[in-house]
Design a protein around this ligand. Sequence first.
Ligand SMILES: Cc1cc2nc3c(=O)[nH]c(=O)nc-3n(C[C@H](O)[C@H](O)[C@H](O)COP(=O)(O)OP(=O)(O)OC[C@H]3O[C@@H](n4cnc5c(N)ncnc54)[C@H](O)[C@@H]3O)c2cc1C
Length: 449
Amino acid sequence: MASTLVGKQAVVIGAGMGGLTAAGALADFFDQVVVLERDTLPSEPAHRAGTPQARHVHALLLSGQRALSELFAGFEQDLARAGAVPLRVGLDVRMERPGYDPFPQRDLGWFSYAVSRPTIECAVRRRVESRANITLRQHCRVEKLLASPNGETVSDVRYENDNGASETIATDLVVDASGSGALTLDLLQSIGRPLPEETTIGIDLGYATCVFAIPDDAPTDWKGVMTFGQAPHNSRGGLMLPLEGNRWMATIGGRHGDVPSGDAEGFLTYAQALRTPTIYNAICHAERLGGVARYGFRESVRRHFERLDEFPRGLLPIADAICRFNPIYGQGMSVAAQEACLLQTLLGRLAGDNNPIAALAPTFFAEVQTLIETPWAVATFDFVFPETRGQRPADFETALKFGIALTRLAAEDPAVHKLTAEVQNLLRPRSAYRDPTLVQRVIAIMAES
Ligand SMILES: Cc1cc2nc3c(=O)[nH]c(=O)nc-3n(C[C@H](O)[C@H](O)[C@H](O)COP(=O)(O)OP(=O)(O)OC[C@H]3O[C@@H](n4cnc5c(N)ncnc54)[C@H](O)[C@@H]3O)c2cc1C
């Protein structure tokens, strides 16, 4: 325990990736951290109702892996012990993009881990459970956040307990990691404060996922495959990654109505119509383990809490409650873990102040923008599809041409390939692409084409 405490008790709403990582960050700065989760929390990796997305491929980016190891030293070994499959970044996942089938496969020098979302979450949960001052309370559905009469401070959390009875818990800080952030918005409304402005990008994504036993005659030149459609005419894509237990998880999907059906036959038919046959050829004779899971994702949402003039003391929304990213880029868990690291850093910095909790939310909202900027900028490429709803950036055409030329350069030059992998894995900001020498080289390619 650190010697500088910020408060007696913190309450975290939700034991998903945002809530668990936030609890890990808070534990050094509060006497007690209580996590309230509406679901039953399984002792082994298993699906649960509150995180339906966990039935689909969940890629953990290198930034997320590092952030989790920063919060929980040795976390990568936890994943390895849980059966996660090590992947050499740049080499083991066959990337199929129009014009590059496949994109050059090179070992870029890092390992990432492919593993199911329930196993990642279970590994984080075990770390959190091992902290003496964190309590995980399952079957506790938070109903309302309660503020002081003048609305300036959030003081209590009301929840429905195991027996269906209402209970109230007093707290110095509430972290809303419920995914939806609805409780934060309800609180703002109840005290007559404005809601944050939202930027949305409407993509109407439809996902379907199946798990297969990896057959003995599986291809040996890749461990996973990512297939992109030919935008803007074809939005269909697929990602198949290995999982613990010698399995593949294949997620396929498209946009604006061109989405897979929920039956096994429809799944294979859709897979067969992907731009390349790689995924279909791999799974068509493989043993399917379980049914088809589906998920609809309407829009990416960024809530601009940083633009609010005032915000109640003692409340902090985090992870998806602030920003929900298009899942195809695999960013949400990694950004959640990075945000928990930021929370830990800020608490350390503010701990000596007179009123650290008052300064926490405004400082967090200001500084988290740097974390969100790069993954959100990736999502704006969704405007390549004309049906995408939202404010298309004014320089979109130029950004798109720049991206296409940069991809060509990355295919030719391993150093540029490595740089793009660093940005995609959120290890470096997108501003790395503004390097003058790189810009000159990209512009030369744009001019050629
Ligand atoms: C289809 C799909 C695929 C995805 N793929 C990836 C991927 O490949 N890689 C990646 O990094 N991210 C991916 N994501 C995003 C990732 O799942 C989220 O960004 C991440 O889980 C965010 O964590 P969170 O804590 O905000 O929300 P969640 O992890 O969803 O957790 C919210 C928790 O709050 C609980 N809760 C909600 N309301 C209450 C309440 N009132 N009281 C108590 N508990 C409550 C819920 O039960 C749940 O446990 C994907 C998302 C989707 C939809």
